[in-house]
Design a protein around this ligand. Sequence first.
Ligand code: MRU
Length: 336
Amino acid sequence: MNKYSAIEFKDDRLIILDQTKLPLKEEYISTDDYERIAVAIERLEVRGAPAIGVAAAYGLALSLKNNRTGCEEIFNKAFQRLFSTRPTAVNLFFGLNEIKNVFKKNKDSENLYSLLIEKAVELHNDDIKMCDGIALNGLKIFTKKSRVLTHCNTGALATSGNGTALNVVRHAFENNLVEFVYADETRPLLQGSRLTAWELSKLGIPFAINTDSTAAVLMKEVKVDLVIAGSDRIAVNGDAANKIGTYNLAVLCKHHNIPFYIAAPTTTIDKNCMSGKEIKIELRDKKELTHFGGTQVTSDEYDAYCPAFDVTPNELITAIITEKDVHKPPYNFNNV
Ligand code: MRU
């Protein structure tokens, strides 16, 4: 069991480990205000597709903590606010819609707030179980003790359980199937060099951080046996959106004949989305490129293009690991 969690719900408050400060400081945000939770999602204080889904679910439920009258108006306002925080991870919309369904069925109930919180806790617990299932299924992709490269952060910090892709790595390491991990730095917000490194170090897994552009050389020098990443939204045809730079890795893997895996819970599958073309990609503030750790590093008069995610086409994905199975191509997630 981890000694850290991205989020915790305690005494009717959401406790968020502030990921913008890691690994230099471990600071927590404690709030019962949905607006503060929305801001935390926008600032990436809480991040990672499953974690923002569960945080948003708690946020929406908390919007009615102190509001008995006019609750429909408040609830709808909170729903819209949380819904508009980030566009790519489908888990966010899944979490919010699950809470909305409970609201619709029980809006006249005396116990409305408790019922909403109960649902958020259920989603939290489901996420923990899905993470465990992914780790178990993930063992099946290892044919030998491997050197793994990963991108962004997909560990406990990105979920409300033990993680997705990084949880596969953790479980495989415990089973003596991982020798070494290369953690892509993950420009521009450094989820790899700050967050994945922090988790790997806590887990005692041998690793090195590398710039994203080092991946090709590592593969050429035969230092990587497999690549595994997470996803923010998987289309029915298996196209998978993930942190910007993931697509580059899949192309590199194809060239070097290295397997490329995606690991994600089934809540990341969007059955309304037939292919990656329909996935909305978040564009971030250009300050994330013009500034580094708060310091300006280039002229802010320059234009900047800052997509937070890219889509890896299904034909580059060796398999997609969910809590249900190791899905192989051709992908069809209509019935999963
Ligand atoms: O912008 P972020 O840090 O929220 O992006 C997160 C990722 O891209 C993760 O790889 C993805 O959410 C899967 S997390 C289990």
